[in-house]
Design a protein around this ligand. Structure first.
Ligand code: ASC
Length: 150
């Protein structure tokens, strides 16, 4: 009885102390998850960017809806850059893990710009949206330049 109780306690402790990597059964699942979130983010950001550049007609409600989705997606990929997921079907550079603080700075900058875009889109001002799209795209690129393989 005592052994069983100890075992259950130990198992609970291990579960509670489990690292983020335990959210994914294997590294490939983490890679698939983060790429999916980034793909959905880029799709909805792209729809707003198309309006900002005049490639698509401006529709204030569509801009706000798409920007809100992109903003939500922008929060998701980072927890999936787990240890061991540098190998596989990914363009992630090893620097993500060797310089985690810099990677965090870069992706937080993007998240901040994406949130500003969502706020701008809610106001319905195309000029504000244009400025925020430019800043967000710049933050995407800054991170890619350092942390993504070609
Ligand atoms: C996009 C998209 C990116 C960024 C990047 C900005 O729309 O899919 O990855 O902007 O191209 O330079």
């Amino acid at each position: 009885m005592r052994n069983i109780a100890s075992f259950i306690l130990a198992a609970a402790a291990i579960t509670l102390a489990a690292p983020a990597s335990a959210q994914f059964a294997k590294p490939d699942d983490a890679i698939k998850y983060r790429k999916s979130a980034l793909t959905v983010m880029a799709t909805h950001f792209g729809r707003v960017a198309a309006m900002a550049s005049g490639r698509a007609p401006f529709d204030a409600k569509a801009a706000a809806d798409n920007a809100a989705i992109a903003d939500a997606m922008a929060k998701l990929p980072w927890a999936a850059f787990v240890e061991g997921s540098d190998k596989g079907d990914t363009k992630a550079k090893a620097d993500i893990w060797s310089d985690g603080a810099k990677f965090k700075d870069a992706n937080q900058k993007m998240q901040g710009e994406m949130s500003k875009l969502a706020v701008a889109a809610k106001t319905g001002s195309l000029d504000s949206i244009k400025a925020a799209v430019g800043a967000t795209a710049g933050a995407c690129k800054a991170c890619h330049d350092v942390f993504r393989k070609d």
